[in-house]
Write a protein that binds this ligand. Structure first.
Ligand code: SAM
Length: 480
């Protein structure tokens, strides 16, 4: 719920400062710090003991080893205690501290969620949209129209507009005048094709705007541009919006794009309101680590604490364990197991310089994950292409290409390490359940404080999507 504070505080808190203080205190706890950044799942097989055993208190291990895996995951993710075996008291205590600080992700009843578009599924607007996108556009377009009313303007800039689904919805259902800004040419072109398709499929003007923001005629133009600051005056000029009041909107503005959006409220005169739902926190920079003034933390308040968000914490923040199905989580576990095992092969071949070193493979298509052998095939091609410069310290002379892994070798490694996959899965789940909610809350507290400190007259963070449908569901609103 968004209480008077304007932040969806967990039930145990009434005050945002108090919440931030408690969150940071737990974030700085030594086990949370380990899970957030010190522990690298790629190093799972390094050393004699495995990483789970090295990371968690010793009295947690009998529970992890003896209890059924599904029950352990259920306990870690949903805090449902297994019937068969009692979890250790210190694990219960640890998880309850996390639960206590978790933002309530249920869709609240407030002005933003009160009137989602209900007929979008059958409208020509839903062309090309997935059910997830339909849900997002239904709720977010309605919330943006509420901010447009508050600001008293029909003008919207949609930042990171992709194929223009949100822009089209705002233009055609709310009669907003929308400028859709997107950096990737093919997406802007795709958006243009969908605009034409929408017109020819009979959408345009056949469905009367349900809830026009004003007596304006909805319009939509696309601008191809990479935005790298909060100063959007060139976009405003280019779109002939000088002198108008504008609401800046963004659906899943990845990484620092959310920061640019929030800053635009103060760095671009014409922007009077901002409504963004962020995502891809791994693409955010950190002010002090990356020496980037745009990065995290944005606010003086969060910056006053000795807190850092390492890249692994920001990657984990993109997880939503409560939404995992059995199939998706098994996919995650398998991918992490393969990646860690591959590094172990490279380590055994003397290709890694030290315990921090790794051979970065990047993401591979799904087809390569069919088995560990196929994964090794795809990964070794990548490695050979991007790491050819590596000095081969200790590799045996009969290995021509040190990155090449025969099917026989892959199967051998798989068999020797297979039994450890269970513990790796538990560790990665524990990392996700602990780090994801705390990090995402911290990022949103930072955004909230930034808007407050910069003088926005209204600031609010609210859940805007059903988390099961769209996991990144926290919307930040600022009005100046
Ligand atoms: C996660 S997608 C969301 C797309 C769209 N809003 C939607 O929900 O369908 C983020 C989009 O922002 C674009 N983008 C990312 N950084 C950008 C930047 N700095 N300037 C402009 N566009 C950017 C990406 O190309 C991508 O299309």
């Amino acid at each position: 719920m968004v209480k008077n504070s304007g932040f969806p505080l967990p039930p145990a808190f009434e005050d945002v400062d108090d919440y931030l203080h408690n969150l940071i205190e737990l974030y700085l706890d030594s086990l949370v710090q380990k899970l957030a950044g010190e522990v690298q799942i790629l190093n799972f097989f390094l050393g004699d003991r495995d990483l789970l055993e090295e990371t968690v208190p010793a009295d947690w291990m009998p529970f992890f080893d003896e209890c059924d895996l599904d029950q352990i995951l259920d306990f870690l993710i949903f805090f449902r205690k297994p019937e068969t075996l009692n979890p250790p008291a210190s694990l219960i205590d640890f998880l309850s501290k996390i639960q206590n600080l978790m933002i309530d992700r249920a869709l609240p009843e407030n002005i933003f969620t009160a009137n989602p578009l209900s007929f979008l599924q059958i409208s020509a607007l839903s062309l090309g949209m997935s059910p997830k996108k339909i849900h997002e556009c239904q709720y977010l377009s309605s919330a943006i129209s509420a901010v447009c009313r508050s600001v008293d303007t029909p003008y919207v800039i949609d930042l990171g507009s992709g194929k223009g689904y949100l822009s089209r919805t705002l233009a055609h259902e709310f009669d907003c005048s929308v400028v859709a800004v997107e950096s990737v040419k093919s997406r802007t072109e795709g958006a243009g094709r969908l605009d034409s398709l929408y017109d020819t499929k009979g959408g345009k003007r056949k469905i009367e705007a349900l809830d026009p923001v004003f007596e304006s005629k909805g319009s939509l133009m696309h601008v191809e541009k990479f935005v790298n600051s909060g100063d959007l005056s060139d976009i405003v000029n280019q779109s002939n919006l000088d002198g108008q009041k504008i609401v800046l909107a963004g659906l899943h503005t990845c990484g620092n794009l959310s920061h640019h959006a929030l800053r635009s409220l103060f760095e671009t005169d014409a922007i009077h309101g901002v409504v963004v739902v962020g995502c891809c926190y791994n693409q955010m920079t950190e002010k002090h680590v990356d020496h980037d003034d745009i990065g995290f933390p944005m606010s003086a308040k969060v910056g006053s604490y000795p807190i850092s968000l390492p890249i692994s914490a920001r990657m984990l923040a993109c997880q939503a364990p409560a939404t995992w199905t059995k199939e998706t989580r098994e996919g995650f576990f398998t991918r992490h197991f393969y990646r860690a095992l591959l590094q172990q092969i490279f380590r055994d071949r003397g290709l890694l310089e030290d315990n921090k070193d790794r051979i970065v493979i990047g993401s591979l298509r799904r087809q390569w994950y069919q088995s560990f052998s196929t994964y090794c095939m795809g990964a070794s091609r990548r490695a050979a292409a991007s790491h050819a410069h590596r000095i081969i310290a200790d590799s045996s002379p009969d290995i021509q290409n040190p990155f090449e892994i025969s099917e026989q070798t892959a199967i051998g490694y798989y068999k020797s390490y297979e039994s450890k996959k269970r513990r790796l899965s538990i560790l990665w789940t524990l990392m996700s359940c602990t780090v994801a909610p705390l990090t995402e809350a911290l990022i949103h507290l930072d955004r909230y404080y930034f808007l407050k400190e910069s003088g926005a007259r209204e600031v609010c963070v609210s859940v805007i999507f059903d988390q099961i449908i769209s996991a990144r569901n926290l919307m930040v609103v600022g009005i100046k």
